[in-house]
Write a protein that binds this ligand. Structure first.
Ligand code: GDP
Length: 446
């Protein structure tokens, strides 16, 4: 059995964690392929015995299924303190992590100086540039990826050799101190303190570290099914998003291969997770943003506050121009539409199907260059809304006809069917299929 990759189709926070958690029931391995502790994947469950909500930042969303191995791939940047903290919290809930979690020896580490550099850079950007700060999460992700590609990063494997670690760290910290002090006028970091802290991580992290690419390829050779989990969303991809208001990695489908070391030929399904409306955290263009009352209603009804930072998310109508673009970049084989329940009672619903460019021309092409994107005017189709609370539906057929028409509109415009529809945060609030009955939907792995 091959790889199924689960991808955010918008600006992140689409509800990927919930879907991956659900798919983990039948997966043999769940693997996270990019990003860092800037992600926040919320899992809610109520199995009769207990009701929990947990926000995962680094550990894959399969961890709450006993027996399912979870992999943090080489494409992730790892904050050792954050991962150890998360392990402890999950173990405190009674789940075994040590036997199941595998961390790539090639993953790059977030160092304290990465967070410091990021904070200094964001502060300088806000002061010195017209377009202002990117709106990053302050977790050191961008600077860690910068060091990775500048070939001066420190990797998990370095933790296993304390002497090498000490030498590399001492050199790196001296360099960073020169930048922090010289360029940003910030306080320098204490070399000995950081060396001591990271040497101490060595012992704790050792049981989890392995060659995860080999592990995954062995699993594939044995016919196992891997669910690959992306973080953030396609419109934040460093190549395909609205650069520079993007994340520093590849949430899109290609990131799954480079971030896990699995071949593209193994990826059989690409599930696009589509929130029924749009949200964006941080700065950058957002053509369908609603700044008035409707935006506020969406934010409140959808609980649109960042799982990692608590920041209010910007909210707006569904943007099918952007979605058609990410469907093509990722080759979605099916969709999962989430948070359809949030649209209940909103009255008529608008869906953007085209942009009007500054010269007046209409287009269905998504311009990823910021200068154009921030000046497009969204052109909407208006669809009837519905008032009923749909959170109790158990079959797609239970949905009001307007809700099914809304799903059908998305499926038709993107030419991809919904394999599932989510109508609430809990595991059981997922319906098989979209507008079509489940039997007509594409085969859903699950
Ligand atoms: P992720 O990063 O893509 O996993 O998404 P987040 O966890 O940041 O945000 C999704 C939020 O929506 C979480 O609080 C989920 O519990 C919640 N959620 C997921 N699916 C649904 C749904 O269908 N309806 C509602 N109302 N909430 C949902």
């Amino acid at each position: 059995m091959p790889v199924t990759v689960v991808i955010g189709s918008q600006w992140g926070d689409e509800g990927k964690g919930k879907l991956v958690d659900l798919m983990s029931e039948k997966a043999d391995v769940v693997a996270r392929y990019q990003g860092g502790a800037n992600a926040g994947h919320t899992i809610c469950w109520d199995d009769g015995e207990r009701s929990e909500e947990f926000v995962l930042h680094l550990i894959p969303s399969g961890i709450f299924h006993e027996g399912t191995p979870c992999v943090i791939g080489n494409g992730v940047v790892l904050d050792p303190a954050a991962v150890l903290d998360e392990i402890e919290q999950i173990e405190a809930l009674g789940y075994d992590v040590e036997e199941r979690l595998k961390i790539s020896h090639n993953a790059h580490l977030i160092m304290p100086y990465h967070k410091q550099v990021e904070a200094a850079q964001e502060a300088a950007r806000s002061e010195n540039t017209d377009d202002g700060a990117i709106g990053t999460t302050g977790r050191g992700i961008g600077p860690a990826y910068t060091d990775k590609f500048a070939r001066r990063g420190i990797r998990v494997v370095d933790l296993l050799r304390p002497e090498v670690l000490r030498t590399k760290l001492t050199r790196a910290i001296e360099d960073k101190n020169a930048v922090l002090k010289g360029v940003y006028g910030a306080e320098p970091l204490d070399v000995d303190e950081i060396v001591e802290e990271y040497v101490a991580f060595d012992e704790k992290i050792d049981p989890y570290v392995t060659d995860t690419s080999q592990y995954l390829n062995r699993a594939l050779a044995e016919g196992k099914h891997i669910v690959a989990e992306g973080a953030q969303g396609s419109l934040l991809d460093v190549d395909f998003g609205s650069y520079p208001f993007v994340t520093s990695s590849h949430p899109t489908a290609g990131g799954c291969c480079t971030g896990l070391g699995v071949p593209p030929t193994a990826v059989e399904r690409a599930v696009g997770v589509v929130k029924a409306y749009s949200t964006r955290v941080g700065n950058g263009p957002f053509p369908t943003e609603l700044t008035g009352e409707t935006g506020e209603q969406l934010r409140e009804a959808g609980g649109e506050f960042g799982a990692t930072t608590g920041r209010p998310r910007r909210c707006g109508w569904l943007d099918l121009v952007a979605l058609a673009y990410t469907a093509s970049v990722n080759g979605f084989t099916e969709l999962t539409v989430t948070k359809l329940d949030v649209l209940s009672g909103l009255g008529e619903l608008k869906v953007c199907t085209r942009y009007r460019l500054p010269g007046g021309e209409e287009t269905r092409r998504f311009p990823s260059e910021v200068e154009t994107l921030e000046n497009v005017e969204p052109i909407y189709e208006t669809l009837p809304g519905w008032d009923d609370d749909i959170t109790g539906a158990r079959e797609a057929e239970d949905l009001p006809s307007e809700a099914r028409d809304y799903l059908r509109f998305i499926e038709d415009e993107l030419d991809v069917n919904a394999g599932r529809t989510s109508i609430g945060p809990r595991r059981e609030q997922v319906l098989e299929g979209g507008a079509a009955a489940p039997a007509q939907a594409p085969a859903v792995a699950s």
